[in-house]
Write a protein that binds this ligand. Sequence first.
Ligand code: SAH
Length: 525
Amino acid sequence: MTTAEPGMVYLVGAGPGDPGLLTLKARECIERADALVYDYLANPAFLEFAREGAELVYVGKKGGCHTRTQEEINRLIVELARSGSCVVRLKGGDPFVFGRGGEEAEELAAAGIPFEVVPGVTSAVAVPAYAGIPLTHRDMTATVAFVTGHEDPTKGRSSIAWEHLATGVGTLVFLMGVGNLPNIAERLMAHGRSGKTPVAVIRRGTVAEQQTVTGPLGEIAWIVKEKGLKAPAIIVVGEVVSLRETLNWFERRPLFGKRIVVTRAREQASGFLARLTRLGADCIQFPTIRVVPPESWEPLDRAIRDLEAYGWVLFTSVNGVRFFFERLEARGKDARALHGARVGAIGPATAEALRARGILPDLVPDEYRAEAVVEVLGKEALEGVRVLLPRAEKARELLPMELEQRGARVDVITAYRTVKPERDTTRVRYMLERGEIDLITFTSSSTVSNFLEMFPGGEDALRDLMKRTAVACIGPITAKTAEKLGFSVDVVPPLYTIDALTEAVVDFFSQPGAQKSAQPPPGRP
Ligand code: SAH
């Protein structure tokens, strides 16, 4: 899409890291951008909102290592805008809070380029909130200040009025201050702030790696040094820090700090991802299966033509429902075509998918396995009844076999196939090497076997890597496949549903010493 307003620049705040803290307007801008100029702190997940073909330019700074100078960034933005692009300058937090957004806006104003500012959720407020620290409180303080900690107070003249700041403001929030913490603490105490004032230092706030260290002002510098806490971090000084003891909600969530890989197909993963994320996990979406149509529609078309002849239509997966109904529609039919048949669903998600298509399933077994369906169906007279099973190409044979033993005439029809996606595995491998993945979840046998195959040439090495990562499988069949392929399985829920799997994962991590790696891997607390 070309923009309706050529040469427009949006200075957009991306928030402190939690994807949920991106504003609706920021997302809209990212979706519309021809060019995205972004920083290190902006969550890379946001780039996925960019439209295909948008130009992505990284100008981030990390640990003082600048890929471009501020002047170069300014020039780049002006040039991009002049070439007629809709430019989004994406910045961490809020663009006008220590983000040099002001300077960039001045540059645009001077160049006569129209711009808009999209405020973001600043880390100065959000990060303390995620550490359970309200910046003001009626019983404690009515004032708060945001201060740069970047300035070295021992060198030259300070632009910060320490003598006023130290005792004149209740809560002090320092950004970019970790390196200078000893000086900051010293300055504040030298100007009258009590060494007993509680302080919190919060690193990588609002994301799974959030780490908080607290202590009194007089000791915080060496505590932080001892814990090895590095930038980026927010420092909060003031009585409000003591509220964290009761208000620390984020770090207390059951899956806080756990990094979990979800290998489900992209179309199906969202519910599971949302559940894990709500419980505090940092999820990595790494689909190891892709769902595609069958090589030929001919068998399914034939079954659709003959639908009247079937006594039962049994769906064994959400995908089966989806492809069946899409094909039905493509043949000019709808749910009414099933009026003569009884319809069964294995599993609550499959049942839900049927309901969404206007079919209330006649059968949903209490247990969500093929074996259980046969048992329930066993009570029905199946002699001579035709049963249609629209399902995946390589599915298990047990169900049709058992049905046939009970006298049914079963047509197993391929409604879809699952294939292995072409995917770059570098990031996941790197994280596995560093012991940064706590758990990998598998929701079908092919998610496991494809996972293994996706790391070419290094299967043995991968198995080795996996020793430091826990494995969760949705049911015993998936678990058996995983074990056969050399993984040791830590979590299998009693019911084979995503809810039960989520619950089992929470239970697993609530046990002391649940982690496979006895020692914390490098870089993780
Ligand atoms: N404009 C940004 C601040 C940019 S200055 C904002 O409004 O948030 C960069 C500093 O922000 C870092 O040095 C650190 O002090 C702070 N910061 C940004 N994101 C952070 C995060 N997720 N956790 C802790 N500190 C963060």
